[in-house]
Design a protein around this ligand. Structure first.
Ligand SMILES: Cc1cc2nc3c(=O)[nH]c(=O)nc-3n(C[C@H](O)[C@H](O)[C@H](O)COP(=O)(O)OP(=O)(O)OC[C@H]3O[C@@H](n4cnc5c(N)ncnc54)[C@H](O)[C@@H]3O)c2cc1C
Length: 409
């Protein structure tokens, strides 16, 4: 087990500086344009692929860094550049993790490379879990996968919503119900290969923020995928379902639900790190502005009312990063989240990003309210962090349940 450290080693610092350079030179200058266009920034993703940032190798290297600091450092730098573009770059990674975590070696080897493509032919992947009637309440999912034994195929029907890269992805990972009696324990994940008939993009959403990231419905109409597309394989699924049925019979329903929540815990610090990146970006703009903007014959930071806000902003950002780093270190080293530390990090970092970006607008005054300055966009972008991968309310629920052991509603 790696010791917890707050100091990046030389290699990590090199990666951080390299990512920072890409974020400053390539992502940040393109941010306003793609925010206005509300389209996937393909040229920026291609550029990221060329230098190796958009690749499975890079993502895996950060993911398996034993200190746990690889992913948070990468996310913070890329999202410091711009949240919408960064999500377009890392969105595939979120789907790939679904396959890395649940797939067989063969499935990983077959599908993950097709999620990324290569620098000359970049591809994307989408992870489709949320539905119109199943957001926070994942157990209400209706998309159904039925096994056709004669053909060794799964037939999937349903509508997914809010899917990042949904409909434009080469590979979709779709979560569906295989046993409706088991709630979220009756779900399984499937690969939907490129160009599979029956999968189509529904509505593309026009959003408040992260507008460079494509978000859309995905409609599954009698989508047939080979048996080999069930992540983890049929044997493992049958064993898992049998165990869940046993536990449900023994009255362990609530425990089952909590166990499902615990799995989400591990990915939440990564979202916290994205929020830290956006918050830090807005804070830096505000600090610089406060030191150069003069009113009443002196820089506005000369006023305690402004200076204290900046002190508060920086303190909250550093505290958020520490929570994120702690949770990331725990996750990679298999330390159980006995106080829902993953949720804590996401809750605190995402609320911090919303607060800090709003304070940045205030410090920039009228300029902060315009699209001439980036803090207005950063504030719009920051609102997503308290919503996706579990809203702030759901994080509080998870923390309270974990601390109390009670089924708090
Ligand atoms: C831009 C964007 C990208 C996304 N990307 C993806 C993706 O790639 N794949 C994917 O599967 N999903 C994705 N999502 C979906 C996201 O995870 C959901 O929006 C989120 O889980 C919330 O679900 P909901 O929108 O249905 O809100 P609801 O669950 O309807 O919640 C509405 C409000 O009620 C509150 N609430 C609900 N239940 C409780 C409770 N028990 N206690 C207290 N408050 C409660 C919530 O906190 C929230 O404030 C994305 C969403 C957005 C906006």
């Amino acid at each position: 087990m790696a010791e917890f450290t707050m100091e990046l080693n030389d290699e990590q610092k090199e990666v951080r500086d390299w990512l920072h350079g890409f974020a400053a030179d390539v992502i940040r200058p393109a941010a306003a344009e793609w925010d206005e266009r509300e389209e996937t920034p393909w040229p920026v993703i291609q550029e990221a692929a060329k230098v190796g940032i958009y690749s499975l190798d890079f993502y895996a290297q950060q993911y398996f860094d034993p200190t746990g600091l690889g992913i948070p450092t990468a996310m913070e730098e890329l999202f410091w550049g711009d949240a919408g573009i960064a999500l377009s770059i890392v969105g595939t990674g979120l789907a790939a993790v679904g396959v890395l975590a649940n797939g067989t070696e063969e499935q990983i080897g077959t599908w993950v490379p097709q999620m990324y493509g290569d620098a000359n032919d970049v591809k994307l992947a989408a992870f489709c879990s949320s539905e119109p009637d199943a957001g926070s309440d994942v157990a209400s999912m209706r998309t159904r996968a039925v096994y056709d034994e004669a053909k060794d195929e799964w037939v999937i029907n349903g509508t997914k919503t809010w899917a990042t890269n949904g409909g434009i992805a080469n590979v979709h990972v779709v979560v569906a119900v295989v046993d409706p009696d088991l709630g979220s324990k009756g779900h399984a994940s499937f690969i939907v290969p490129p160009n599979t008939p029956g999968l189509s993009q529904g509505q593309k959403f026009k959003k408040h923020g992260i507008r460079a990231s494509h978000t859309a419905e995905v409609v599954l109409d009698n989508v047939r995928v080979p048996g080999s597309c069930l992540l983890g394989g049929k044997e493992k699924l049958d064993e898992r379902l049998a165990r869940a049925r046993e536990r449900a019979k023994a009255g362990g329903g609530e425990r089952v639900k909590n166990a499902a929540m615990a799995t989400f815990e591990a990915s939440r610090p990564a979202v916290g790190a994205m929020a830290v990146g956006t918050a830090r970006a807005a804070y830096e703009v505000a600090l610089d502005y406060a030191m150069t903007r003069e009113q009443f014959g002196r820089p506005i930071i000369d006023n305690q009312g402004v200076a204290f806000q900046l002190a508060e902003m920086r303190t909250q950002i550093d505290a958020a990063r520490l929570l994120v780093w702690r949770a990331s270190w725990m996750a990679i080293n298999g330390k159980p989240f006995t106080a829902a530390e993953g949720s804590m990090s996401k809750l605190f970092a995402s609320e911090t990003a919303k607060k800090v970006t709003a304070q940045a607008i205030q410090i920039l005054g009228g300029n902060g309210y315009t699209r001439e300055y980036p803090v207005e966009r950063m504030h719009r972008d920051s609102a997503i962090y308290t919503i996706f991968e579990g809203t702030s309310e759901i994080q509080r629920l998870v923390i309270a349940r974990t601390l109390s052991g009670m089924p708090i509603r």
